[in-house]
Design a protein around this ligand. Sequence first.
Ligand code: ADP
Ligand code: MG
Length: 347
Amino acid sequence: MVKKRLISVIYLLVFLGILGVGIGKMWGKGREAKASFFAMDTYISLTLYGKDGEKAVLEAQEKMTELEGLWSATHKESIVYALNHSGGAPVILDDETKELLRFAVSMARETEGALEPTIYPVLLSWGFTTGENRIPDREEIQDLLKYVGYDNIRIHGKEALLPSGTQLDFGAVAKGYAGDMLVELLRERGITSGLLDLGGNIQAIGSKPDGSSWRIGLRDPFGDGYLGVIEASDLAVVTSGNYERFFVGEDGNVYGHIIDPVTGCPADSGLASVTVIAKEGKVCDALSTALFVMGLEKASDYWREHRDFDMILITEDGKIYLTEGAKSRFSLNNSYEEYKWELIGER
Ligand code: ADP
Ligand code: MG
């Protein structure tokens, strides 16, 4: 009798134990860890699901702050600042900065200079870094353009060298590059589901905890709402446009923060926004800026030649052009259903 009871108790304990582990696992899986903070000149929000999410999210925030310290062109302690004020002397780079610099130069080459990591002197003259915007005159721009050109950048071993007057700006690629580094770090910490929002650069880790795709809003470049939703898992979705950082000049024109390196003036290519969807945040970030400079025709040709990413282009006249892969993920919100769209296909 006693023995029977003992066996029942053991069964019960084993059952409770299994139940406990199950609940613990579910709890761990579904638990959300969040962090919102300001870095790299933008609002960042990280949402993670998983067992050690709280610890991981803090580590990610720390990493982001560390990278900002390295790559900000305005922080006087940053490596970019050191390069920009080196007066032509070589500067020793840490591995991460060297990789970012190599990446920026390779994308500049690939996009034939539409991405131009040495655009900084021109950007400064338009006042985009200080917020004290102005319209520089032609001569001033032509003078500054002499220092612009990714071919000026020399990398030897651990050192980089910029000629005096040439200045770097990682504004178009740093957030994407940092996003990839955070994704890698978080995966190492066991995070299998999460959404990183780095000022509109979205990077999805895995799917939502329930297994469905993340739903990422595509901003209406002409208003405050969302044009539609992009479904994505394990992907980066990055948008560049002139609707967030711009100023209205004394002449009444709108001047955006993406500069056409050929003219030294804000890109005026007929596009209102460019969204790039691909595995890596750095590729999305570099391309969204470069394709914005190129405009519809050149950007479409670039896609035809590469095809290793998807994109959604919205023109100033309110039409959507998108690749097949982007279309399969994208749905327009009800209030925008009258929007015209067209597939980017063969020529
Ligand atoms: P955001 O930073 O708003 O997400 P982007 O990724 O398109 O937008 O980067 C724009 C930033 O990149 C600008 O604020 C400036 O710092 C820098 N920039 C502007 N024009 C160029 C260009 N043609 N090539 C490289 N960087 C650029
Ligand atoms: Mg960019």
